[in-house]
Ligand binder design. Structure first.
Ligand code: 5GP
Length: 253
């Protein structure tokens, strides 16, 4: 059998050339990293959960008219996605103060923000993904003004969708990060949600208890990461409620 071509290997995923031109196979690894890869571990089952959860969120977004790169899930760890040119920005949306915003501005974690705040970080691991302003983005040509308008609109639509979805299962969406890709349809360029949407890139707190159900469990040594992600998957109906074996998660097709 011919070996498929690896295009890129990141901290949590590997990208392979897809079966058709313009497609990519995205493989979810079990590797967990934090603090710009200074903290690392392998968490058995994380890749399987994130593959399934990202499929769930991206499918929902596609269905409500928010375009994403997701085409279909191929197996437990892989999904077929549309190839796109990634805009070199991390788009962060915050509903409650936490993480770097809480420490940067001295606001207590959990404080509700007066309105969703959208921040941009320049995607560069060597620099630790620094926070940038729209001035930097325009001056360095990372995205045009039209792109920025579209990115803001996509980010807020994703926020409304995810906040509502999570609220319905007793979870507070504190903040999240998305990435945006450019695709070309003939002469036209469109922006779509790309990369992944999973508890690796969100802060999710149980509404009643405040329990963290996201990657902060790993970052802050708060217990089992797969237990936390499994709880999210169960509440969303992605995994059977009675499932107990979290090391090798049993997922609903
Ligand atoms: P903070 O800036 O507070 O560290 O992160 C804000 C939100 O964006 C959190 O939900 C965090 O998980 C997500 N985020 C920020 N940077 C990254 C990143 O490089 N990778 C991932 N997966 N998520 C990130």
């Amino acid at each position: 059998m011919a070996r498929r071509k690896k295009i890129y290997e990141g901290k949590a995923k590997i990208l392979y050339e897809g079966p058709e031109p313009g497609t990519i196979v995205q493989y979810f690894k079990d590797d967990a990293t934090a603090f710009n890869a200074q903290k690392k571990d392998v968490i058995e089952g994380k890749g399987v959960l994130n593959n399934r959860l990202s499929e769930f969120f991206m499918t929902g977004l596609n269905n409500i008219g928010v375009p994403t790169h997701f085409l279909k899930r191929l197996n437990m760890r892989e999904q077929l996605v549309r190839a796109c040119e990634i805009v070199p920005l991390e788009i962060i949306v915050r509903n409650f103060a936490a993480g770097s915003l809480a420490s940067r501005l001295g606001i207590e974690e959990g404080t509700p923000l007066p309105r969703p705040i959208v921040e941009y970080c320049y995607k560069d691991d060597k620099l630790g993904d620094p926070l940038v302003t729209e001035e930097h983005i325009a001056a360095f040509g990372w995205a045009s003004q039209q792109d920025m308008d579209d990115i803001l609109s996509l980010a807020l639509r994703v926020n409304d969708y995810l906040s509502g979805l999570m609220y319905g299962v007793g979870i507070k969406l504190v903040d999240f990060k998305i990435e945006i890709g450019r695709v070309y349809d003939g002469d036209f360029q469109r922006l779509i949600v790309a990369d992944e949407i999973s508890p690796d890139s969100m802060r999710l707190w149980d509404i009643e208890s405040g329990q963290k159900l996201d990657k902060d469990v790993f970052r802050r040594d708060l217990g089992s990461l797969t237990d936390a992600y499994t709880e999210v998957a169960k509440r969303l109906g992605v995994m059977p409620k009675q499932a107990t074996h979290v090391a090798k998660p049993k997922l609903i097709n």
